[in-house]
Unconditional design. Structure first.
Lengths: 634, 291
């Protein structure tokens, strides 16, 4: 009990400290210390609980009282923002309804429900703790340098950095609470905190756009929260339980818990930004980059997929499962199409996140052992590589004054360190020996074995478009334009620390993933599915690891040979000698500028969104209609 | 133990023989093409002379990084071929080949020259066009033979082609792209008179160009290996049929190359995806139904 308490308590304490002590120097010390402590604690938790899953029951009513109090506290805060500060009555209604539901349940039927274990720390929870603890802390450290620059560059934005770090640490604390809770009431509370924190983070700059987008995030996530509350009430009144593990047992013994599962999956959809709820994640771009990095990689959206993957064993060939895999698949395909037409770096990343989450959700929906393995592996790889990408793009944005990929021309020469981080990140996102591709491999196998031919089609087309937009970006970065200007000087030390650690982490995860699979994922699945198997042959996993090592070692040894004669490129005119301008017919100097392809007419964002929203929206409605019809015998 | 010995022999044989076979294939290709155009054509060994000459040229480059990517291209093509001929996993072969294509594309991008970059982008679109079909080929074999392992596929109890004709048609279609034949030779062409100068190869010369040529020889040989897989099963005489079909497929591609003019990228993408959907996917559904 001490370790989980510390895990949620330390970030919480750091949050309060950082909010109260407002000096720049003090904040730096607290944030670094808290980050180090959180990281150490998450590793300690991992060491303690790896392979020894523990179910913990809290004695007395202390925990449930705290949970209820926090529920009310969050509700009051949300009501303050929605009713008093900004007049958004209907969002307040959303919050009031779910608070009412939970209060009624706690006072009424909830009293007779016995809870056997409040917390469950299994291997999957440990993986999530490690992701949130290590990556989240690194992002917090990165923010120290980034936010300093950010305030300098945006003097019009009020300096609310104490508040910013307060929310970040509160977020981490809630995330830890979320992944270790087995009691759905506790999970719901943490769920609400993360929704509320993301609302605060997105609205940080308080511009009109930021406020609009933050409320978009709030209502979508509160809608999910409402579904969560309904699921709790339904489970509590019908089956007299509020535990996730009990729900799984009920589902395994063929009890009709489909409605509760569907409601929980729905609430996972809102948080994991599945279409038609993808809007809030795209809107979250307006926030400073560390926020996006946190939301996209290690916390917020991962909470959504965490819940769905937890439900994995009871999804599959039922309506809740069909809904999950269909919406996941459609989101994967349309988001990766839409990413092609984007030139804003952060937007490409956002669409890539949505599409990866779609793949994870789709795998979870299939519900087989192989699919669950794939889903968890993608969660791991995606968290590391995506956080690295966001932090790199954010840093580049600060140095170049733009996050448009077209402006990244020549950063291979002007920002060698940063472009190396980006190259590692991009390779980690899609390229062969790196993690993501292994996941696609396993996904393919899982889809074939489950016999879903349509999903197979989605996967092959989705992965080839993924290849397209990432390679396009990679090409832009690697373009060699010699320059004497070094643009890396303005990057803070803490930023480098985070970037380099994450780069190293990306490579290490890719090399060690057979180990991760063997020691963490497979034991978890063994317990959940009562069986074990190698999704991909161990020898093939080893080959992949070795190829990563080859790719890391190769550049180190390369280029030590004979000196080459350097010449200028062919510009179909007289090259002025610098490769970036040529002499035109009238003798004038014409600059060369190269632009990438975006194929707007084919993969335009509005069109893809329209298709995706209609498909996913109608699927949601139809499946819920079928499930409700089955439950209530209409 | 004998398995290991066999694997090593197969691997070494591939490393040594594939470039020889690939070079000869290129020579035959040029000869046949020339005869179709009523020319005499270069000697059979001309591709080898070309590569040896390129290898000995003074090393000229537009930047220092490019040759690294070119080397990566060659290396990963060889590795993916190795997986193929040592009876590895067919999906692993496809993925490693993708890695090689990415290296090639990045090599073209890195020069930051307009012709090269347009070539790179077209190459990228070509990759996006053929990738789904290539994956469907692998999945088709998995559905038909129950394994991704090439060893198992070769020992199948019956000819795969009978169950996967649609997938075979799809594969033949994308092989036109992979062999860089008209109508799909958008990113770089064997002929020099192209609107893109030489597309992806514009800024590559000397030893790097020789490496790319060599990589293409390796690549062509094991791409024909995919064709071979369709016609070989446990019957002892089937390898002859397999080799014959490889030759036939390649001859057809030369014929089409000489009959067609280059299409726009839109046509390439739509037609390839259409073939993937109609021939490939319908076949996959059939295989799933059969299971």
């Amino acid at each position: 009990m001490t370790l989980p308490a510390l895990l949620t308590g330390i970030p919480l304490a750091a949050a309060i400290l950082v909010f109260c002590l407002r000096g720049d120097g003090v904040r730096g010390v607290i944030v670094k210390l808290a980050a180090a402590l959180t990281m150490a604690l998450s590793i300690a938790t991992a060491v303690t609980f790896f392979g020894h899953p523990a179910f913990i029951k809290s004695s007395g009513t202390l925990l449930s009282t705290i949970v209820l109090a926090v529920d009310v506290l969050v509700a009051v805060a949300i009501l303050y923002y929605t009713l008093v500060k900004f007049k958004k009555i209907w969002i307040a209604v959303l919050e009031l309804v779910q608070l009412g539901l939970i209060m009624w349940f706690e006072q009424g039927p909830g009293h007779s429900v016995t809870v056997r274990s409040d917390l469950a720390i299994d291997n999957f929870a440990v993986i999530m703790i490690l992701i949130a603890g290590i990556i989240g802390s690194l992002i917090a450290v990165f923010s120290l340098g980034y936010m300093k620059e950010f305030q300098k560059e945006h003097p019009e934005v009020e300096d609310r950095r104490p508040f910013f770090f307060f929310v970040i640490f509160l977020f981490l604390s809630a995330m830890f609470g979320l992944v270790i809770s087995n009691n759905l009431l506790i999970m719901y509370t943490c769920w609400e905190i993360t929704s509320f924190c993301s609302f605060l983070l997105i609205g940080y700059t308080q511009t009109e756009e930021a406020i609009g987008n933050s409320f978009k995030a709030l209502w979508m996530n509160l809608l999910g929260g409402l579904a969560f509350a309904l699921a709790i009430v339904w489970l509590g009144t019908e089956y007299a339980t509020v535990e996730l593990s009990m729900l799984l047992n009920l589902g395994r013994s063929a009890q009709p818990v489909e409605l509760a599962v569907a409601l929980l999956v729905f609430c996972g959809f809102t948080k994991a930004a599945m279409m038609p709820f993808s809007g809030w994640l795209l809107g979250a771009m307006v926030a400073p980059t560390p926020t996006s990095a946190l939301l996209h990689s290690s916390t917020m959206v991962k909470a959504g997929v965490f819940l769905i993957i937890k439900l994995c064993p009871i999804l599959g060939n039922n309506h809740a499962g069909l809904m999950t895999m269909f919406i996941g698949g459609a989101t994967f395909l349309f988001a990766s199409f839409a990413a092609i037409s984007q030139s804003d770096g952060k937007k490409v990343l956002a669409y890539s996140t949505i599409s990866n989450l779609g793949l994870i959700v789709c795998c979870a929906g299939i519900g087989s052992y192989e699919a669950a393995w794939t889903a968890i592996m993608i969660v791991v790889f995606h968290a590391v590589a995506k956080s690295l990408m966001f932090l790199s793009v954010g840093t580049a944005e600060q140095q170049l004054g733009s996050r448009n990929i077209e402006r990244f021309d020549g950063i291979f020469c002007s920002m060698p360190g940063l472009s190396l981080c980006m190259i590692i990140g991009i390779c980690g996102m899609f390229l062969a020996p790196f993690g993501m591709l292994i996941s696609k491999w396993a996904a393919m196998k899982a889809f074939v074995d489950a016999g879903h031919s349509l999903l197979l089609l989605v996967l092959v087309f989705g992965s080839s478009t993924t290849l397209f937009y990432w390679t396009k970006w990679l090409g832009k970065i690697t373009a060699y334009i010699p320059t004497d200007k070094n643009r890396e000087e303005g990057i803070h030390g803490v930023q480098w620390l985070a970037l380099r650690s994450l780069s190293a982490l990306t490579i290490i995860t890719c090399i060690l993933f057979p180990l991760i699979s063997q020691s963490a994922v497979i034991p978890y699945l063994e317990v959940t599915y009562q069986t074990t198997m190698d999704v991909i042959d161990r020898s093939n996993l080893l080959i992949m690891s070795m190829m990563v090592i080859l790719l890391v070692v190769l550049p180190l040894r390369f280029g030590k040979g004979r000196k080459k004669k350097l010449v200028v490129t062919n510009l179909a005119g007289e090259n002025c000698g610098d490769n970036i301008s040529y002499r035109g017919v009238a003798g004038q100097t014409v600059p060369v500028s190269l632009r990438n392809w975006y194929m707007e007419a084919w993969f335009g964002e509005a069109r893809m969104k329209l298709f995706g929203f209609i498909l996913c929206g109608s699927c949601l409605l139809i499946e819920f209609a079928i499930i409700c019809g089955g439950v209530f015998h209409v | 133990m004998s398995d290991l010995v066999y694997t090593i022999i197969a691997g070494v044989a591939y490393l040594v023989l594939a470039p020889i076979a690939g070079g000869l294939l290129a020579g035959i290709d040029r000869k046949i093409s020339a005869r179709m155009q009523r020319r005499v054509g270069p000697p059979l060994l001309q591709p080898f002379y070309d590569v040896f000459k390129l290898w000995d040229k003074q090393q000229v480059a537009v930047n220092e990084a490019q040759s690294f990517y070119v080397f990566g291209f060659l290396l990963f093509v060889i590795i993916s071929g190795l997986f193929f001929f040592t009876h590895g996993d067919i999906l692993l072969v496809v993925f490693t080949l993708t890695m090689a294509s990415v290296c090639f594309i990045v090599a073209a991008y890195s020069s930051n020259s307009p012709y090269s970059q347009i070539g790179a982008e077209r190459e990228l679109i070509q990759t996006m066009a053929y990738e789904p079909m290539l994956l469907l080929v692998a999945l088709g074999f998995y559905l038909n033979c129950g394994s991704f392992s090439i060893g198992t596929i070769l020992d199948a109890p019956r000819m795969s082609f009978i169950y996967m004709p649609g997938i075979f048609i799809g594969l033949c279609f994308i092989l036109l792209i992979k062999f860089r034949k008209s109508p799909f030779d958008l990113s770089m062409s064997h002929e020099v008179h192209q609107e893109l100068i030489r597309g992806t190869l514009t800024e590559i010369s000397g030893r790097s160009l020789a490496m790319i040529e060599l990589a293409h020889w390796y690549e062509n040989i094991f791409l024909l290996g995919f064709v071979y897989l369709f016609f070989v099963w446990s019957a002892p005489w089937s390898p002859i049929l397999g080799l014959f079909m490889c030759a036939f497929t390649y001859f057809n591609d030369i014929l089409i190359d000489n009959c067609c003019s280059r299409v726009k990228w839109e046509h390439m993408l739509t037609s390839t995806w259409l073939v993937t959907l109609v021939a490939g996917f319908v076949n996959i559904m059939f295989l799933m139904y059969m299971r």
